[in-house]
Design a protein around this ligand. Structure first.
Ligand code: ZN
Length: 484
């Protein structure tokens, strides 16, 4: 009996030892295989791949089956998926079958919290709309809570539509900065200063002092919040105050944005008061330089276009707003030909009525063909460039954003090309300009952080925002009375 037990015991020991040996050998083989596979590979935070990568980089405009490697919020490599996989190992990989990866859209002109006035006053002339509806409504309703909720709604809408950077020209900039920082977007915040009373201010002096304090607080503080100055327009800000604004922008080395030559009424008004057309008026004040970018510029004359090109002034085209307020058609082909950095914007949602860059893209591609009677005017590739790199150049941020290039910030979007309006596919640029819309944006990444994936919002509480928007709108509905 004892001998039999000893025999079983030996067999058991042999079995356990053999199993352990086989198990350990397998671990060593697996480890060796893993080491072989990852040998020389660089660790990155994120790899994003797609069927097409549209780069806005002239040296390689479209990469088929491409991928981008991201580390510390920046693009460290862009190549075919095979090559990126062979050289990089990522903590997270986003696949992109049936998708195009492109730079995030850069909205060069908005008043984002105005989304809460969306649809409040339509079908009016700009002066009537501004003086009798928008300014009185702002005076009555714009406060910290309005800006907080409006900014949250705007961030939600912009992320849904693939905007990764926007220019925000409005009030309560510290609240806006806080909300934008939380939602993960990038923004140039340029608080508006104007010569007459505005929400929270008696006039120019206190409004401008507050803007300067804001830029002192935020300059150099964040990669994603860029402070700037914004005197409202030549017809609402005196020459002395415009001079003060540009001198301050130069002193603190910050960008400056302004509404300019938006309507024929403005041109007449400025001509009468200062004996010069709006762009020439700014030139006479020594105002124009590369840190300045102007919204609209619908009515420049030929010499003013040449002047803006010479001075390096950027222009943001807002076709939806110019059409809705019947401001006219900006001479975009002439400005592009003159070499001006032209970008795209939505303007505020009260004059658009959506913060949707795809609308601006498609309108830009269409209206200038119609107005010039030239179907080759402003082709698809040019418009897509305007919505990304063009805006980035106008804002003075092309060394950070606007293209998919090594060393730039990882602000990227994946656009799904699977819906019926995008089938079949011959030319990806054509689809992005003439067929895609905001709902085709699948994934949004800013500074390497994923803000939306497969249309799921990851940084904003949409149910809370919806409730708060309804509550503010109820108050506006009950109390708003136009001035006229
Ligand atoms: Zn505007």
């Amino acid at each position: 009996m004892k001998r039999q037990l000893a025999k079983y015991y030996k067999l058991l020991v042999f079995f356990v030892c053999t199993t352990l040996f086989v198990f350990c050998t397998q671990i060593v083989i697996a480890q060796n295989n893993y080491n072989l596979a990852t040998q020389g590979k660089q660790n990155v935070q994120l790899i994003v791949s797609s069927d097409f990568v549209v780069t806005m980089d002239e040296t390689q405009p479209v990469i088929k089956n491409g991928a981008v490697a991201i580390k510390d919020g920046k693009i460290v490599a862009i190549d075919t998926q095979d090559k990126i996989r062979a050289s990089y190992r990522a903590n997270r990989t986003l696949l992109g079958e049936g998708m195009v990866l492109m730079p995030g859209l850069v909205n060069g002109h908005s008043h984002s919290a105005m989304v809460l006035f969306r649809g409040l006053a339509d079908d009016l002339a700009l002066e009537d709309w501004l003086q009798n509806y928008i300014f009185p409504a702002e005076g009555k309703f714009v406060d910290e809570n309005f800006v907080r909720v409006g900014e949250q709604l705007a961030c939600w809408e912009m992320i849904r539509g693939g905007t990764t950077t926007f220019v925000d020209m409005y009030f309560e900039p510290d609240i806006a900065a806080e909300v934008i920082d939380e939602c993960g977007l990038r923004a140039m915040i340029a608080p508006s200063s104007i010569d007459f009373p505005s929400p929270g201010f008696q006039g120019w002096d206190d409004a401008f002092a507050s803007s300067v304090n804001f830029l002192k607080r935020w300059k150099g503080k964040s990669d994603r919040i860029i402070p700037a100055l914004a005197p409202h327009a030549p017809y609402t800000v005196s020459p002395e105050h415009l001079t003060q604004a540009i001198q301050t922008a130069r002193h603190y080395d910050v960008p400056l944005t302004i509404h300019l030559a938006e309507t024929q009424t403005e041109v007449k008004d400025v001509q009468q008061r200062y004996n010069a057309t709006p762009v020439q008026h700014l030139e006479n004040l020594g105002f124009l330089d590369p840190r300045v970018f102007a919204a609209h510029v619908v009515w420049p004359n030929e010499s003013e276009i040449a002047l803006m090109a010479k001075r390096g002034v950027g222009v943001i085209h807002n076709p939806d707003s110019n059409l809705k307020l019947a401001s006219g058609f900006a001479p975009i082909p002439a400005m592009l030909k003159a070499g001006i950095d032209v970008g795209l914007g939505t303007d505020g949602a009260a004059s658009n009525n959506v913060l949707d860059m795809w609308n601006a893209i498609r309108l830009t591609a269409l209206i200038h063909k119609g107005t010039t009677l030239d179907p080759t005017a402003v082709p698809a590739k040019t418009v897509l460039r305007m919505a990304t790199l063009g805006s980035a150049q106008a804002l003075g941020l092309a060394d950070k954003i606007g293209a998919i290039k090594t060393g730039l910030q990882a602000d990227l979007i994946q656009v799904k090309l699977k819906e019926p309006h995008l089938l079949p596919l011959y030319d990806v640029m054509s689809h992005l300009v003439y067929a895609a819309d905001a709902s085709d944006v699948d994934t949004v990444i800013v500074n390497g952080q994923v803000l939306m994936h497969q249309r799921e919002m990851l940084t904003v509480d949409i149910n809370k925002i919806r409730r708060e928007v309804v509550s503010i709108a109820e108050k506006i509905k009950a109390e708003f009375r136009p001035a006229n």
